[in-house]
Design a protein around this ligand. Structure first.
Ligand code: PXP
Length: 302
């Protein structure tokens, strides 16, 4: 009886190992860098294999959902809805591995009240994006999110533009990383895929690097996108070989996320705008129907 079970299991393992080792890494990760017929054929084969053996290609990448835009809508009326705390709970129900919020110095969207409530209610990873500003560092040390992501912050920007410049402020960043880690907070640095910045990032003792995918997201041609992907792959290899967690985020959408998710050893993606935009659309029909239902029975008096 045992033999009957063991033989197929061993055969499956052997087949799995063979297939994993014979398919080149770049094709396994399906980066869609289809430059010639041979490569195109390999990608097609991989996609077919994915359908037949989905477990072989199961990605372990974690999804952090950035809910800043829920707060942006609330702050546009300075009212109480929509509440980012509700949104976080729903995102968790949807399977989010993390909730990400950016407590900006100007408090344009997320407020202190939000981060305090989120600290109490979020059950998955709470990731606080923050500038290297003393006021915010003090708040983070008190709040103790699971992870803090250090980002650059400029008052006039619409959203975070570019990665943190660690090279020009390495001593300050080293001190902040230590202060946060001393409070049990894992620290991630939001960096461009620039080897100089990444080397400087290593020296801070950070736990993770989040690669800034904004340029990739904005690339207008496949050639430019592939060039950006190559930069991520090189940066990713540097980060992983330094035993630091590899994250990525910014501008990722339902259309452009897969090649980034497929970068070898990618562990976490932080996505906000695209998910919130989709949530508005998939929820619109229901919200209008609920209002119509409420109004049903109220007859217009002429
Ligand atoms: N990662 C970081 C460090 C960010 O600053 C942002 C935007 O707040 C995101 C990820 C999410 O970007 P997007 O809203 O474009 O998905």
């Amino acid at each position: 009886m045992e033999t009957i079970l063991v033989v197929p299991a061993v055969l499956y393992c052997l087949f799995f190992c063979c297939m994993s080792s014979t398919i080149p890494k770049t094709v396994q990760s399906a980066t869609f860098e289809v430059e010639n017929d041979a490569a195109r054929h390999r990608v097609t084969c991989t996609l077919q294999l994915r359908q037949v053996f989905p477990r072989m290609f199961t990605s372990m990448v974690e999804l952090g959902v950035n809910i800043d835009h829920i707060a942006t809508v609330r702050q546009s009326r300075k009212t109480v809805e929509p509440d980012p705390v509700w949104a976080a709970a729903l995102a968790e129900l949807g399977g989010a591995d993390g909730i990400t919020v950016h407590l900006r110095e100007d408090r344009r969207h997320i407020q202190d009240r939000d981060v305090n409530l989120l600290r109490e209610t979020v059950r998955c990873k709470l990731n606080l994006e923050m500038a290297c500003a003393e006021e915010i560092v003090k708040i983070a040390c008190k709040l103790r999110p699971d992870q803090a992501t250090l980002v650059p912050e400029r008052r006039q920007e619409i959203t975070t533009e570019g990665g943190l410049d660690v090279v020009s402020q390495s001593e300050e960043v080293i001190k902040i990383v230590k202060r946060l880690q001393d409070r049990g907070i894992a620290v991630s640095l939001f960096l461009d895929p620039d080897p100089k910045q990444i080397e400087a990032g290593f020296k801070t003792g950070c736990d993770a690097v989040e690669l800034h995918t904004g340029c990739y997201a904005l690339a207008e041609t496949g050639k430019k996108r592939n060039a950006e992907l190559r930069r991520f792959q090189i940066a990713g290899e540097m980060i992983v070989s330094a035993a630091i967690r590899l994250h990525a985020g910014h501008g990722l959408t339902y259309h452009n996320v897969l090649p980034v998710a497929s970068i070898p050893n990618m562990q976490e993606l932080n996505i906000g705008h695209s998910i919130i935009a989709r949530a508005l659309m998939v929820g619109m029909k229901e919200a209008v129907a609920e209002m119509k239902q409420l109004l049903r029975g109220y007859v217009k008096v002429s």
